[in-house]
Design a protein around this ligand. Structure first.
Ligand code: UGA
Length: 461
């Protein structure tokens, strides 16, 4: 049986390694952090991902999954080595490849026979070639010669649904340079491919570009719909109906057309910036991606202005903020639009009562005055206590089921800012609150259908 190694036990490495073990492969995950590895061997998971803990424990128990810091023995024993280290955004916007380079040096140092080295981290176009020449140089310096292949295998996992995304992907992308490595990779993914999932085999550069292009395209869909929110507000249209209306066209599709306070997370902001760098370096201007980034920054700013505009002077005003994470079902706050809103509000002197089911502290607030103006609450109703306004910034499902009358009762004023459009304006107004959505104008739209058994059906949006 093929033995797999994952270098870098971050989000991608841990989820992918665990899922590969679940598919029956023998997997070892390596990280330089001894503390992290010790905890993982005890089944303590450093990230929050639905269903992951259960899978880690199950596969640890069956000995298909193990965690270590011992690079030498793992490289020697494994047939396929996945690089899953972070590629953070460097100060100039390009991806910082230093962790990838370190991993490659270690692999080459201990290589003892044919290996397939798989780039799973999101890396700029040309990285596969760089990995190849670095390994060749290291082997030469060692005075040894071994065959090896480099493969690009980008991941398309979303935080919160990563296990399902791995087990049932829309496609698998492989950049390969030899039949031998293509066969190895096909074997690894056999149990997924057998479900009918298509595998796209191409060269290294194309596979690397597919990853960036996919994320930039999804970011474009979001920025596009978000830009229309401002237009909807000024011309009397409703963004939810616009989104439904265009999404029902199969050529467009409804996914990723939910208007919100801007996209965040560890991928879209970083990957759109990196794609600009890649294209600049190649001498090709990507004006659409550039506009997507600017539109996102503007949307984040617009959310803050929306609150100050409706409210007037917000200094010393008590505001409840529901949601800190960049989206629901995660504890990740990286590039979260809620975080920039919280910062903006605090900088304007507002006093915040914040609640997020995935967050127990806000470490990013390091200024004393802001910290004194911030109170972390244990639930939505505690956050609403004494607040003049309530802002929904993240779409946690529990925020969709608020007892609006109870919320109103706790508040001292009636402002209800629904930046994710979770509520119908009518419903909120009925509870005595002053509804302000994102791209909405108290419009009720209806989708009417006749069901197969001839009955009429209405969906209010
Ligand atoms: C994203 C991609 O969706 C994954 O396919 C990819 O593998 C991953 O990046 C990555 O490169 O590793 P993720 O960052 O986990 O996944 O989150 P998404 O679910 O894509 O959401 C990103 C942001 O867009 C969030 O802030 C979310 O709230 C926002 N969003 C998403 C909207 O505002 N509207 C939508 O309709 C969809």
């Amino acid at each position: 049986m093929l033995k797999l190694a994952f270098i870098g036990v971050g989000y991608v490495g841990l989820v992918t390694g665990t899922c590969m073990a679940e598919l029956g492969m023998e997997v070892t995950c390596i990280d330089i952090s001894k503390d992290k590895i010790d905890k993982l061997n005890l089944g303590i998971i450093p990230i929050y991902e639905l269903g992951l803990e259960e899978l880690v424990l199950k596969n640890l128990k069956s000995n298909r999954l193990s965690f270590t810091t011992d690079m030498k023995s793992v490289v020697e024993e494994c047939d396929v080595i996945f690089i899953t280290v972070g590629t953070p955004q460097g100060s100039d916007g390009s991806a910082d490849l230093s962790y990838v380079e370190q991993a490659v040096v270690e692999i080459a140092k201990y290589m003892n026979r044919y290996k397939v080295i798989v780039d799973k981290s999101t890396v700029p176009v040309g990285t596969g070639e760089m990995v190849k020449s670095k390994i060749e140089a290291e082997l030469k310096a060692r005075g040894v010669e071994y065959d090896f292949d480099v493969v690009s295998n980008p991941e398309f996992l979303r935080e919160g649904t990563a296990i399902g995304d791995f087990m049932n992907p829309d496609r698998i992308i492989l950049g390969v340079e030899s039949k031998r490595s293509a066969e190895v990779m096909k074997k690894i993914y056999e149990k997924v491919l057998i479900k009918g999932v298509p595998l796209l085999l191409t060269n290294l550069e194309t596979a690397e570009l597919i990853k960036y292009s996919a994320n930039a395209f999804l970011a474009s869909k979001i920025s596009y719909i978000n830009e229309l929110t401002e237009l909807c507000e000024s011309i009397g249209a409703d963004i939810r109906a616009v989104s439904k209306g265009i999404g029902m066209d199969k050529r467009i599709g409804s996914a990723f057309l939910n208007a919100g306070p801007g996209y965040g997370g560890s991928c879209f902001p970083k990957d759109t910036a990196a794609l600009i760098k890649i294209s600049d370096a190649a001498g090709c201007k990507l004006s659409i991606v550039d506009a997507v980034i600017r539109a996102n920054a503007k949307q984040k700013e617009r959310m803050f202005k929306k609150i100050t505009k409706a409210f007037g002077d917000i200094s010393n005003k008590v505001i409840a903020v529901l949601g800190v994470t960049f989206k629901a079902d995660t504890d990740d706050i990286r590039e979260s639009p809620a975080v920039s809103l919280i910062n903006n509000l605090l900088n304007s002197g507002a006093r915040l009562r914040v609640y997020d089911p995935g967050i127990s502290e806000l470490v990013f607030i390091n200024n004393e005055e802001s910290r004194n103006n911030l109170y972390i609450c244990n639930n939505e109703y505690e956050a609403a206590e004494g607040a003049e306004a309530l802002v929904i910034a993240t779409e946690w499902s529990q925020f969709k089921k608020l007892d609006l009358k109870a919320i109103k009762h706790k508040m001292t004023n009636t402002w209800f800012f629904d930046l994710r459009n979770l509520y119908s304006p009518v419903e909120v107004t009925k509870a005595g609150l002053n509804y302000i959505g994102n791209g909405r104008n108290n419009i009720v739209s209806i989708i009417y259908t006749i069901t197969k058994d001839g009955k009429e059906d209405y969906e209010v949006i």
